[in-house]
Design a protein around this ligand. Structure first.
Ligand code: FAD
Length: 410
């Protein structure tokens, strides 16, 4: 069985009837492209640990980058069409969806929302065309779920800032032309001391601000992290700042405090809630087809009640998750996709997809452990998706705080 047979999606509840014609059209274009261009090459890239860079201009031509932003060459699509794009990309691989999420939600979105006109003109059209790649540096070696404790500092020095510190687990870091870097501004003081932890008060007192740091800036390097068993078709890097000087104009003028970086994550998490559906559908369709073809005890394994129970559980959970994503999209159209609502969908849908991938791997038996089939790749990819953009447990506590009024994560 080929991993790139035609894909028609999973729609047990006729949810297509709730989509607009334009939304179905966008989904169809991306679906066809993914089948034709991504599926034939993705397993080889995953094996090699490389991103299919040759597909970037085609993704741009399809309007994937910053698809829900307006102006500056962006497609200006609605939230549901945007979500469907993420779904179709992640049907192929979470790494392909991650590439688009970082470019659009984590780099173009903050520039679009808090950037100066000059920053917008310089980066957004090129990023929409895929001619410039972006990355987003928030996480640090000692600041993951608690980004407010980040230690990278930007020391004001005349017309410049001097950045010192380190970012960790940054998607596309090594290949990015521009990094959105979140750092605490320190007025005076020495960044070396602050980063080493010797001046906690100075770090704590600084407001978090965003900086656009261009590739090749002296003092900035982005070594790739190797040895991943997850998201192998995606570049993951460290970002290192050693007294890296950037002009004052590199700061995003309107982004002040922790709210803006968290707001970027909210945009990306929305896309992940949809993307996870794609991975889950790919696995379910693979399990369904395989179980109808694989014969044991003289019958297709799909004739056994236990196998049917697993398939029914998968299609039920996919259907529930589709309804969640769609209603979240409609809420987003009305400006009502609050952070806890987005957390609920990211938490549920990624968990659901990971479970679907594991169940598919099980139904495939030994065949599920080789990359001729998709389940193992999706399963290991989804371990990262479960952790990044807020871990599963952190989203539990965000929803918990919203319904009880009691914050339990600090
Ligand atoms: P920790 O925060 O150390 O968490 C470890 C465990 O402790 C988790 O189970 C967590 O749920 C639990 N935990 C922590 N705090 C609490 C609490 N208060 N209550 C209960 N449990 C808690 N970051 C970026 O900035 N940009 C990127 O582009 C990016 N890309 C990534 C790509 C990949 C492949 C991966 C794996 C990560 C990426 N990240 C990126 C980082 C990601 O966002 C972090 O890994 C994530 O925020 C979790 O942080 P951590 O790994 O330090 O785990």
């Amino acid at each position: 069985m080929s991993t790139h047979t035609a894909f028609h999606g999973t729609d047990f509840y006729a949810l297509d009837s709730l989509l607009g014609e334009d939304e179905i059209q966008v989904r169809g274009a991306i679906r066809e492209w993914v089948s034709r261009r991504v599926m034939p090459v993705i397993a080889a890239h995953h094996r090699a640990g490389t991103y299919p860079m040759e597909l970037v201009p085609e993704m741009a031509a399809l309007g994937v980058f910053g698809a829900n932003l307006s102006g500056y060459g962006c497609a200006g699509l609605g939230p549901v069409a945007y979500g469907l794009i993420m779904q179709e990309l992640e049907r192929a691989d979470s790494g392909v969806r991650s590439f688009a999420s970082v470019q659009g939600s984590l780099v173009m979105y903050p520039i679009h929302t808090w950037g100066s006109e000059e920053q917008k003109e310089r980066w957004l059209p090129r990023m929409a065309r895929g001619e410039a790649i972006g990355c987003y540096g928030l996480t640090e070696p000692d600041a993951g779920s608690d980004p407010g404790s980040l230690r990278t500092v930007a020391v004001k020095d005349g017309d410049e800032f001097r950045l010192s510190g380190a970012k960790m687990w940054i998607t596309n870091g090594t290949i990015a032309d521009v990094a959105v870097v979140w750092a605490k501004v320190v007025e005076g003081g020495t960044p070396g001391r602050a980063v080493a932890g010797g001046d906690a008060a100075a770090i704590g007192s600084g407001a978090i601000r965003g900086f656009l740091v261009e590739r090749g800036t002296p003092g900035f390097s982005a070594p790739e992290i190797h040895g991943k068993f997850s998201l192998r078709a995606s570049v993951t890097s460290e970002l290192l700042f050693d007294d890296c000087r950037v002009p004052a104009s590199a700061m995003l003028p309107a982004a002040k405090g922790l709210g803006p970086p968290l707001s970027c994550l909210n945009q990306a998490r929305y896309g992940i809630a949809w993307g996870a559906l794609g991975a889950a559908m790919a696995c379910y369709e693979e399990a369904l087809q395989y179980s109808k073809e694989r014969v044991q005890f003289g019958k297709p394994i799909a004739s056994f009640q236990l196998v049917q129970q697993k398939l029914v559980h998968m299609v039920t959970e996919i259907t529930k998750a589709q309804l969640l994503a769609l209603q979240l999209g409609r809420l987003k159209e009305r400006g009502e996709a609050s952070a806890p609502r987005v957390s609920l969908a990211k938490r549920n849908n990624v968990h659901m997809a990971l479970e679907a991938a594991r169940t598919t791997r099980d139904i495939l038996g030994a065949a599920g452990v080789v990359d001729a089939f998709q389940a193992g790749r999706h399963m290991t990819n989804l371990e990262s998706v479960y952790t990044y953009e807020g871990t599963h447990d952190i989203h539990t506590l965000i929803v918990g705080a919203a319904i009880t009024g009691i914050v339990a994560y600090r």
